[in-house]
Design a protein around this ligand. Structure first.
Ligand SMILES: Nc1ncnc2c1ncn2[C@@H]1O[C@H](COP(=O)(O)OP(=O)(O)OP(=O)(O)O)[C@@H](O)[C@H]1O
Length: 366
């Protein structure tokens, strides 16, 4: 275990009865003081990972470490973690102060210490002066803050947050994203946040784990995951993408749609079949002659900041384009892109193989 790691999963599997594994031989490390996000579609196992860390459920096999100690058999109340649930799980009959103080009262803290700690926690979440308010008199965003205050008052080493923003409307949700991120930086506590919203994950995290069907497909920083998705699932799940089949002709040359293009990838085999990702915002509308691809515009929507065009090439591949320029439906246009805009994905590449290739690519960049 790395010395900066606080949690480690080693080959952890979770299975209910004879059903397929909900988590399938999952291994990862969580470093102290960072903001992690578990991202993936419904049912992929995100909450199960949180429950295993919190001690609300047991692993079927594998080892879970906390500060280098194996904690598989440690009861939930002995673990240095607190959970903020999706519905906040506040006590409706207690006021704000008592909700936050609850854990400290159970630990039989002195009244004066409780007063001080609760005030401090409420200050951290911008709820000074709300001590005597009833929970039912609080808005969704305020309830969320009470739930966070209740988690931080125990000074856990790790806070687990299970879709804590999903009940909020879009504007409040965006505000709370900033606040949560700020709070995590100020507290320096490790946050493990669960969401199925990729934009939220990209905006908030130091590290993202992308999960699918009980496995981690890819882990890395938001930019690594967005710019260099390991496979079709990650590319599709994180933002919109154009994905086509191609062939790596040789280092720095890739072929797709029957043409060869300069790219920045190297280290793959000659003539290896690959998949190509180009993000819609990396495609520029230009004249037919100046385009690297020639397409016909099938539909166009105004999205406020940009136009979203759906276009087709002669082979029937769809190309999504996000552009501040507009075109006309039925018009034939050219699409231009830089070599850096082409992301090459190896078919069936493991995360280790991919990481080695990403490192080599980054070193070549420096
Ligand atoms: N107690 C249980 N018994 C049987 N199956 C369970 C149990 N708890 C969870 N599961 C199954 O485990 C799988 C993963 O569930 P989990 O709650 O971890 O997913 P999730 O990624 O958090 O999904 P969501 O975003 O919908 O909350 C699901 O298929 C779920 O039905």
């Amino acid at each position: 275990m790395n010395s900066s790691s606080i949690i480690e999963f080693k080959n952890v599997t979770k299975q209910y009865d004879n059903d397929p594994a909900v988590l399938d031989n999952v291994s990862f490390e969580i470093e102290r003081g960072k903001f992690y996000t578990l991202l993936g579609p419904s049912g992929c196992g995100k909450t199960t990972i949180l429950r295993l860390i919190a001690g609300f459920t047991e692993a079927s096999s594998g080892d879970i470490f906390f500060n280098c100690e194996r904690i598989n058999d440690l009861p939930a109340n002995k673990r240095q973690v607190n959970t903020v649930f999706q519905d906040y799980a506040l006590f409706p009959h207690l006021n704000v102060f008592e909700n936050v103080a609850f854990g400290l009262r159970i630990k039989k803290w002195k009244k004066s210490d409780i007063d001080e700690k609760v005030k401090e926690a409420l200050h951290f979440v911008n709820l000074d002066g709300y001590e005597t308010r009833e929970i039912k008199e609080m808005s969704g965003g305020q309830r969320q803050r009470v739930a966070i205050a209740r988690a931080i008052v125990n000074e856990p080493e790790v806070i687990l947050l299970d879709e804590p923003l999903s009940a909020l409307d879009l504007k409040l949700r965006t505000e709370m994203q900033y606040e949560l991120r700020e709070l995590q930086r100020n507290l320096g506590i490790t946050f493990i946040f669960v969401t199925h919203d990729q934009e939220e994950a990209l905006a908030m995290s130091d590290e993202i784990f992308v999960l699918n069907k009980g496995k981690i497909e890819q882990s890395g920083s938001p930019t690594d995951i967005y710019d260099e998705p390991i496979n079709r699932f990650v590319a599709d799940f994180i933002g919109e993408s154009n994905i086509v089949k191609g062939t790596m002709v040789k280092d720095y040359v890739v072929q797709f749609t029957g043409k060869q293009f300069e790219c920045v990838d190297q280290g793959l085999n000659e003539n290896e079949p690959v998949e190509i990702v180009i993000r819609p915002e990396d495609l520029e509308i230009t004249t037919l002659e100046n385009g690297k691809l020639q397409v016909e515009v099938d539909s166009q929507l105004f999205r406020g900041v940009h136009y979203e065009l759906s276009c087709y090439d002669d082979d029937g591949n769809e190309w999504l384009v996000h552009s501040t320029k507009k075109a006309s439906v039925g018009e034939k246009i050219g699409l231009y892109f830089d070599p850096e805009a082409i992301h090459v994905m190896r078919l069936g590449e493991t995360e280790e193989e991919f990481d080695r290739r990403l490192e080599a690519y980054k070193e070549g960049d420096e």
